[in-house]
Design a protein around this ligand. Structure first.
Ligand code: ADP
Ligand code: MG
Length: 655
């Protein structure tokens, strides 16, 4: 387009005049490029630290003043530059890291675009000092928003120091966008954290010695002697974050992909992905395939709106991905994203499923005990607590004797588990009579039958139901508190999915057993609801739900799965239609089935507030033993919280 023209922005509004095309001078080009690379002070710190790492530094000291607004200084002991290179480094598109287009195909350095120093120097006052190891003198150069001084001799130790002052001072619009000192410093600390994690010492590699100072105060001093775990503990020190004590480690090396993962237990999950640190060959990245793999690995272990804490370190050949897709290089393009996804998912999921993820109770520390005011209880107080406890147990002693609490013989247990789907005789309380139909009704599969009966461990002999909602069970080393609804939900969910995924002996697909309703229950259905039902006819058949047309806009439930006898058929079918007819997300077959089973389990499970008989509790505890992931409900909430006697003794100052 040439010449100039006027563009009107609607009736009577301001007119814009576009001038003739000119070629921008280099400094303008750099300033515009800086807009991409240098978003805020933290970006400067990131780029400078990455340069130091590329220069082979083993020690980097970062000093910040005023959240980076006043000064950012990064000093390293890397290879250094001679005078000529030091002058060239601040020119645009100058790099020592790539030479030809071929080099772009396997970038092993953090930088390669040759634009960071030029960008930084175009928006701030910069001083660079550098000395090559073995040389006697250092050189320095100063650049003020693009205008460069000549190279001068200086005195400095070997390595390079870059100081950046008054960022954006000639760009008031951008300076105005800087946030408070605390916020900007938070971003800087985050960049520092990522680099510190990516460069933690490991058995096969020396770590980086890193220091971060703000306004003269040392925020982090990380030694190259520690290891990844202690580095995490130093970087996330707040005791309540609980991160470093709650990590599960796993490693795999297959198909050209080395994976090391430190996975946070579900109990320390977060409300955002902020605590997901993914590193690819030492570079912090964000990647939607990997995030998805992580999410899938924790499926069923976390509630849908929670995100796990994960530190994931991936190593793979540099040729297998492209980093040249994003100015800050925080995104990459994998040539085989499916492989990356499946390897990560497999590695993480296998470890998570093989780990006991029971929630350990967090007892308050002595300082947090009400009324303690931080001082340990005196002899008098601890005696008072002990007396109060003794009094409590005297009053609340369950009426049953010890024998009544203990498990019955095996024969009795079998009787509680009738394969016929009938209500066990012992369940005479009408309020709870059908509670166990859902579980007891599912005849044990051959696999279940062949399993040895779980050992009746003596520590399980004592239990009691409290508030008609929780069950307290004595264990070997303390006691568990079980959420009766969450646990029963998990048990039913596993039974249902085992049933449905199980193939019949003739190789056919299994479906849930259903029974005809005496009187079909009718309901109104919208056209889209009725479409959704038609589309999912196969799923309905699997579930053992039979629906028949009853009028123009009406249908009726004719048969309903026996396992879900506790759920109300109409309520269930209505919710099922809502699920099948969801417009926002389209679930694939497997996910949809999973959602339906979740819903079914929730509806059929005993509720909070429901009183259980002794034998019902026994049955629940026994079923817990046979349930694979009994520690979490299908939505990922814990079913059981463990308390250890050692903790209790500590609380009561017995130790
Ligand atoms: P890139 O890192 O993409 O190459 P930069 O603008 O960040 O581009 O740096 C330009 C060049 O300056 C680098 O390629 C490197 O040769 C040199 N350089 C920058 N920082 C350092 C440092 N701390 N030590 C030694 N050389 C450095
Ligand atoms: Mg660089």
């Amino acid at each position: 387009m040439s010449g100039s023209f006027k563009r009107s922005k609607g009736d009577g509004e301001r007119e814009t005049t576009m001038g003739q095309i000119v070629v921008l001078d280099q400094n303008m080009v750099n300033m515009i490029a800086a807009g991409e690379v240098i978003e805020r002070p933290a970006s400067v710190v990131k780029e400078l630290m990455e340069n130091s790492i590329d220069a082979g530094a083993t020690k980097i000291t970062v000093s910040i003043e005023d959240g980076g607004r006043k000064l950012m200084s990064v000093a390293d002991n890397g290879c250094g530059m001679d005078g000529e290179d030091l002058a060239r480094a601040f020119e645009p598109h100058t790099t020592s890291k790539i030479k030809t287009s071929k080099d772009l195909q396997g970038i092993s350095t953090l930088g390669f675009r040759g634009e960071a120093l030029a960008s930084i120097a175009s928006v701030a006052q910069v001083k660079g000092t550098s000395r090559i190891k073995g040389e006697t003198g250092a050189n320095c150069i100063e650049i003020d928003c693009g205008s460069k001084s000549s190279i001068r001799p200086a005195s400095a130790d070997y390595g390079t120091t870059i100081q950046v002052r008054d960022i954006f001072y000639k760009l008031p619009a951008r300076r105005k966008f800087l946030r408070t000192t605390n916020t900007e410093m938070g971003h800087i600390a985050e960049q520092f954290t990522r680099i510190a994690l990516a460069n933690a010492p490991a058995s096969n590699k020396q770590g980086l010695d890193l220091t971060l100072i703000h306004n003269g105060r040392e925020l982090y001093r990380l030694s190259d002697k520690d290891n990844l775990h202690s580095r995490i503990a130093e970087l996330f020190p707040i005791p309540s974050s609980g991160i470093s004590e709650n990590l599960i480690e796993t490693e795999s090396n297959e198909k050209g992909l080395h994976i090391l993962a430190l996975m946070g237990k579900p109990s320390i999950s977060r409300t955002s992905k902020k605590f997901q640190y993914i590193f690819l060959n030492g570079r912090f990245i964000r990647d939607k395939f990997i995030s998805h793999a992580i999410k899938e690995a924790y499926r069923g272990l976390l509630e849908p709106n929670r995100f796990p804490v994960v530190f994931l370190f991936i190593r793979m050949p540099y040729e297998d991905y492209d980093v040249n897709v994003h100015p800050t290089k925080s995104e990459v393009r994998f040539y085989n994203a499916n492989l990356v996804h499946s390897q990560i998912l497999g590695c993480l999921r296998e470890k998570l499923l093989g780990t006991d993820l029971q929630t350990q109770a967090q007892l308050p520390g002595p300082a947090n005990l009400p009324g303690s005011q931080g001082s340990p209880p005196t002899g008098h107080r601890s005696q008072a607590i002990a007396d109060a406890m003794a009094e409590f147990f005297k009053k609340h002693r369950p009426v049953q004797t010890q024998e009544q609490f203990s498990y019955k013989s095996k024969q009795h247990l079998v009787a509680l588990h009738p394969p016929t789907g009938q209500i066990p005789e012992s369940h005479t309380d009408p309020a709870t009579a059908s509670v166990f139909q859902a579980t007891a009704g599912s005849a044990p599969t051959s696999a279940e039958m062949s399993q040895p009966e779980p050992e009746i461990r003596p520590e399980q002999r004592k239990f009691l139901q409290i508030h008609d909602s929780f069950i307290v069970v004595q264990t070997n080393d303390g006691f568990d508190i079980i959420d009766q609804h969450a646990l029963h939900e998990r048990i039913i969910y596993e039974r249902l999915s085992r049933r449905i995924l199980h193939r019949t002996p003739d190789g056919g697909k299994s479906k849930l057993e259903s029974q005809k309703l005496l009187i079909p229950e009718s309901f109104e259905v919208t056209p889209s609801g009725s479409d959704a039902l038609k589309t999912n006819a196969e799923l309905l058949e699997k579930l053992g739900i039979e629906l028949v047309p009853f009028g123009p806009k009406t249908m009726a439930v004719q048969a309903f799965p026996t396992l879900l006898v506790k759920a109300d058929p109409l309520d269930f079918v209505q919710d099922l239609i809502d699920l099948l007819d969801r417009k926002d997300v389209k679930l694939d077959g497997e996910r949809l089935l999973d959602e339906v089973l979740n819903m079914a389990a929730c509806k059929a499970a005993i509720k909070a507030g429901q009183r259980l008989t002794m034998s019902e509790i026994e049955q629940l505890l026994l079923d817990k033993e046979n349930t694979e992931s009994a520690s979490r409900c299908p939505h990922g909430r814990p079913t059981t919280i463990k308390f250890s006697i050692t903790d209790l003794e500590k609380q009561f100052k017995r130790t």
